[in-house]
Design a protein around this ligand. Sequence first.
Ligand SMILES: Nc1ncnc2c1ncn2[C@@H]1O[C@H](COP(=O)(O)OP(=O)(O)O)[C@@H](O)[C@H]1O
Ligand SMILES: [Mg+2]
Length: 261
Amino acid sequence: MKRAETKRKQIDDKLERRRMKRRKDADEFKVVEGVIDPPTLKVLYKLFNRGMIRELHGAISTGKEANVYRGVDPEGNSVAVKIYRISTAETDWMREYIVGDPRFQRVAKRSRFLIPQWAMKEYKNLMRYHKAGIRVPKPLGIERNVLVMEFIGDEQGLPAPLLRNVKLESPVEVFNQLIEIIEQGYKEAGLVHADLSEYNVLWLDGPVIIDVSQAVLQGHTSAGRYLFRDIQNITQYFRKLGVETEDPKVITKYILSSGEK
Ligand SMILES: Nc1ncnc2c1ncn2[C@@H]1O[C@H](COP(=O)(O)OP(=O)(O)O)[C@@H](O)[C@H]1O
Ligand SMILES: [Mg+2]
């Protein structure tokens, strides 16, 4: 073979290998094709091309507003991929938590546009909590209705259990930890979770707060009411476990008075 030909063949081989690799990588999305609508699939490919995710595995959770999947990044680390439903989502209730938020000056009316704002709100809230040193999944990326975040679980890809499914050694200690997290969230991150309960706390050598899309800034007109509701939920849960807690009203008052940010 002439030199030029050899060279061309080498390049062809290389391209073919690359094509094969791409095809193989794309196969990793097979599980979800057909389950996920085409626009969302496009978003997933974008995240794939940006090097955020390499594989997507089965659902960890299928909820009303979103499904959460375990993904794998190009280094082989597990990530959590939360995919918000665009078309079938109930969005009316969301408005209460996003209208008036200075970070979202123009709240969309149609769910096609509101859901991406809602997903972005979760990303921004995770970032605030994370920067304030509060244990939440570290946010890694956001694209339209898909949020990529740190996977809370073990090396084998098994997700951490919910607080409600864990038999705690010392409930009173965990109760105090959670009240401290609520206080820190308010004072340091300037946020009220607004949907805190034993259903939105994972357990991995301690509590990790999740599901923060509805969390509101301290300045929100109902921040105090949501704070009380969060504290009430946590208090109720731990009272059932036999912890003698303080009155949630007293705890709320204390947190509200002890720090405006
Ligand atoms: N970062 C994560 N790592 C591991 N599991 C997660 C993560 N985020 C969510 N999950 C799992 O997915 C479930 C649903 O997530 P969540 O954010 O609470 O959404 P929903 O709005 O459906 O309640 C959680 O209960 C938890 O089991
Ligand atoms: Mg939840």
